[in-house]
Write a protein that binds this ligand. Structure first.
Ligand SMILES: [Zn+2]
Length: 334
């Protein structure tokens, strides 16, 4: 409240605000913590993954207990955030953010924040933001580098700024990892832009694409220019990612040697108890209120299959969607 530009009115605007954060990994952890401490009113946390030991180097909301319990990141994050500030309404959503639920999750928020690690989801976030006329704060970090850009109605959208992802040729956290501080800095920039938006300080938003490298000690602000009239999204209003034509049913998860599978039945509520009994014949089964896991051994290779009540699964131990699908249909058979 002491800060020029925020004051009591800015603080009460924050208190009334509603934020959608997609992804509770490295970026999402820091963003969620900063916005919770800043006192936003409502924070919707969407994440499809669970906490693992290898996340802890950069995902600052989690600890070894979360990893041991195999908690979904959205649930573990909400638990920790609720201890930090009891006045924030926290809504953890354990789900894949996709074309089927994107509009519903984004409809009544004031700003959309990017905590994801892949361009598939970012273009979907961009589609939703443009379609609903909401600001979207993009952030990405890989290796020792990162980028931040704020889309707001009338500005160039993410598809104006970046070419289509060229699958495989981009560096990802799969191939080069990510330095914790690089992710935290990017997340801090995203949070600062969100606070400006939520306190009626849009004039202070960074109009440029910010890029930095904490190893090379460089920081640049790149002018992105006006919206591209050829842009399929913000100028031609074609929402390829939201309309589902660009969406994959299986996704290799970044840096995880794991594949996510979303079936056509996704969204159904599956009773995990009988499934747990059946799977126990094939390997060690563990359960918590949010998921079921089974350890499988096939041809001297160890896999771990995690199933959520909405029918979604994550297959650990392979990055090959074909292998993952085959395991899924053999053991779950939905
Ligand atoms: Zn555009």
């Amino acid at each position: 409240m002491l800060l020029d530009g925020i004051g009591e009115s800015g603080q009460s605007s924050l208190r009334r605000s509603s934020v959608l954060l997609v992804g509770c990994g490295a970026l999402g952890s820091t963003i969620a913590e900063l916005l919770t401490r800043a006192g936003v009113g409502r924070l919707v946390l969407v994440d499809r993954d669970l906490v693992e030991l290898t996340n802890l180097q950069r995902q600052v909301l989690f600890d070894e207990t979360d990893a041991r319990e195999g908690l979904p990141k959205a649930v573990a994050a909400a638990r920790r955030l609720g201890q930090i500030n009891t006045q924030v309404t926290l809504e953890p959503v354990v789900a894949d953010f996709n074309a089927a639920n994107a509009v519903q999750l984004a409809r009544d928020v004031d700003v959309i924040l990017d905590g994801t690690d892949n361009f598939e989801t970012r273009y979907l976030l961009n589609d939703v933001a443009v379609k609903l006329g909401k600001p979207y704060i993009y952030g990405g970090a890989v290796g020792t580098r990162g980028m931040v850009y704020v889309y707001a109605p009338g500005r160039s959208c993410l598809r104006c700024v970046f070419d289509e992802p060229t699958g495989g040729t981009r560096e990802t956290c799969d191939t080069v990892g990510v330095l914790g501080p690089a992710a935290s800095i990017i997340a801090s920039f995203e949070s600062a832009e969100a606070i400006k938006l939520l306190t009626a300080n849009a004039a202070a938003l960074n109009p440029k694409l910010l890029t930095l490298d904490v190893w090379a000690n460089t920081m640049r602000a790149i002018d992105v220019g006006v919206p591209d009239p050829e842009c399929p999204c913000c100028c031609q209003h074609r929402f390829d990612y939201l309309e589902g034509s660009r969406r994959a049913a299986t996704t290799s998860l970044c840096g995880r040697n794991a594949v996510q599978i979303v079936t056509a039945h996704a969204g159904e509520n599956i009773d995990l108890a009988p499934l747990a009994d059946r799977l126990a014949a094939h390997g060690a089964v563990s359960r918590n209120p949010y998921l079921l896991r089974v350890e499988l051994r096939e041809r001297d290779h160890d896999y771990q299959l995690t199933l959520f009540p909405d029918g979604r699964a994550i297959v650990h131990g392979t990055a090959d969607p074909a292998v993952a699908k085959s395991l899924y249909s053999r053991y779950i058979g939905l």
